[in-house]
Design a protein around this ligand. Structure first.
Ligand SMILES: O=C(O)c1cccc(C(=O)CC[C@H]2O[C@@H](n3cnc4c(=O)[nH]cnc43)[C@H](O)[C@@H]2O)c1
Length: 208
């Protein structure tokens, strides 16, 4: 599941003519992503759901042009504010804002990406409804989720739909911009899409 057509096309270029993968556009944001994923999973049988696309990288954790394989998918703004700070869905007792992924697959995929010469690391990928636009919010999120490597807008929605059907999920992101003060002119989308294409060529090897 990708967010936009440009991401889908990059993944398809990387996969070549491998027809074991069904690559779809889910839309931007976790609600669109969850609805699209749930619909796809109702119509056909799948054994793994992957959310792949570009993302913001947390400074010192994931540089522009590098790749992050989510070792946990975290809905980082799903909860409540309180005088004492942010309360997650878990703390509120309404389920979990964290979806776990198969650590063996994360390790194997990260190693294969590195072996192919790509800069890849594993770490938590945050799902947010609002793209971070300030250093303050970036610091707050890094504090809320220790080790946070990247942020995007769809992973939790895709993974929740997969979890609902008992299917494992992965999230793989290539970094187009740093998480922090908004500067759209600094987004390196072409580079991130090239990295996404290169990573997708490895999917078949490890996940096919
Ligand atoms: O303008 C283009 O050519 C273009 C090509 C591919 C993708 C885009 C997008 O804007 C995709 C939006 C998508 O990107 C994720 N994203 C990227 N950086 C961040 C971020 O810093 N914080 C949160 N999300 C980010 C997100 O998942 C969006 O769905 C444009």
């Amino acid at each position: 599941m990708t967010s936009v057509a440009a991401e889908r096309e990059a993944v398809l270029r990387g996969l070549g003519d491998d027809d074991r993968f069904d690559v779809r556009v889910a839309g931007v944001g976790q609600v669109a992503a969850a609805v699209s994923t749930a619909k796809a999973l109702m119509r056909a049988e799948y054994r793994l759901v992957i959310n792949a696309g570009i993302a913001g990288g947390f400074p010192e954790r994931a540089e522009v042009g590098s790749l992050v394989v989510a070792d946990e998918i975290v809905a980082a703004d799903l909860g409540a504010e309180s005088q004492e700070g942010f309360l997650s869905l878990d703390e509120l007792g309404f389920g979990s804002a964290r979806i776990s992924v198969d650590q063996g697959v994360v390790t194997a995929l990260t190693a294969a990406l590195r072996a192919a010469g790509l800069s890849a690391q594993a770490g938590p990928v945050l799902t947010l409804s609002t793209v971070t636009g300030s250093a303050e919010t970036a610091a707050l999120l890094a504090d809320r989720v220790p080790g946070a490597a990247a942020e995007a807008m769809e992973g939790y929605g895709v993974a929740l739909a997969a979890q609902d059907r008992g299917i494992p999920a992965l999230e793989i992101r290539t970094i187009s911009n740093p998480v922090g003060p908004r500067d759209r002119s600094a987004w390196r989308i072409k580079e991130a899409l090239a990295a996404l294409e290169a990573a997708s060529a490895i999917f078949a090897e490890v996940l096919g």
